[in-house]
Design a protein around this ligand. Structure first.
Ligand SMILES: Nc1ncnc2c1ncn2[C@@H]1O[C@H](COP(=O)(O)OP(=O)(O)OP(=O)(O)O)[C@@H](O)[C@H]1O
Length: 234
């Protein structure tokens, strides 16, 4: 079986400032892989490069057997890569329902049932369909951001710190949703996450980025090693 996502030798830079020097990450179908590392090591840069938001300077990105390295972001989304960027981005002036609808209209399938499927994962949003996204709490906005990605019916979810700065009760709901999407619905997940306990519960594997490359990789169990913890310490 070929991997769902295979990233090899990925390099990225902002002008002359090089951030990634050759990152390799593989996500097998149906598994949850976590990307970790201290602040500013380039985790967001990695996800943006994988999605084509940022053009990598070298390397290859293969999604479900197809080389997508040169495809625009929307073509990657069409092929089943669902992206939830850092900072729970939504359209603040639109209602929850409108946020989901514009995503559906931009999707390839345009099947309205996808909105109900996404709401089923986050029932709390069902009570807020008429509310403007800008008036939701941070945690609810994060749920909406994930729900929007789900409306495209992705085969893989790419999530950038979905629990960052979010109240604990909603963090638990978001964790449960990610777990269900991965374990029950079989979605592959690539997750940037600093919350170690959550990673220990959900991840099949991890990579730690340092110095622009993968410094350590292993199973969730290996995250308990003292030297791994040292690589994560701020
Ligand atoms: N648009 C940009 N222009 C120039 N430099 C940038 C830009 N975005 C990020 N950087 C720099 O690239 C490096 C990696 O940033 P990135 O956001 O990818 O790290 P990160 O690991 O995701 O950090 P955090 O955990 O704080 O989100 C940092 O030194 C950052 O200052």
């Amino acid at each position: 079986m070929s991997p769902m996502l295979e990233v090899t030798g990925l390099q990225a830079a902002y002008g002359r400032a090089r951030v990634l020097f050759g990152v390799d990450v593989t996500v097998e179908a149906g598994t949850l892989m976590c990307v970790m590392g201290r602040n500013g090591v380039g985790k967001t840069t990695l996800l943006n490069s994988i999605m084509g938001v940022l053009a990598p300077t070298a390397g290859k990105i293969v999604f479900d057997g197809e080389d997508v390295t040169r495809l625009p972001t929307y073509e990657r989304v069409r092929r089943g890569m669902g992206y939830v960027p850092q900072g729970h981005e939504t359209f603040p002036q639109l209602t929850v329902a409108e946020n989901l609808r514009v995503t559906l209209e931009a999707s390839r399938h345009k099947d309205r049932a996808a909105i109900d499927e996404a709401l089923e994962v986050f029932p709390r949003l069902t009570e807020m369909l008429g509310r403007k996204a800008g008036f939701l709490s941070g945690g609810q906005q994060q749920q909406l951001a994930i729900a929007r990605a789900l409306v495209t019916r992705p085969r893989m979810l790419i999530l950038d710190e979905p629990t960052e700065g979010i109240q604990p009760s909603i963090v638990a709901e978001i964790e449960a949703a990610i777990e269900r999407l991965n374990k029950e619905k079989g979605l592959a997940v690539l997750l940037v996450e600093q919350y170690l306990e959550l990673v220990l519960r959900l991840a099949d594997g991890f990579v730690i980025i340092e110095g622009g490359a993968v410094r350590r990789a292993g199973t969730a169990e290996d995250l308990r090693d003292a030297d791994v913890k040292r690589l994560l310490a701020v």
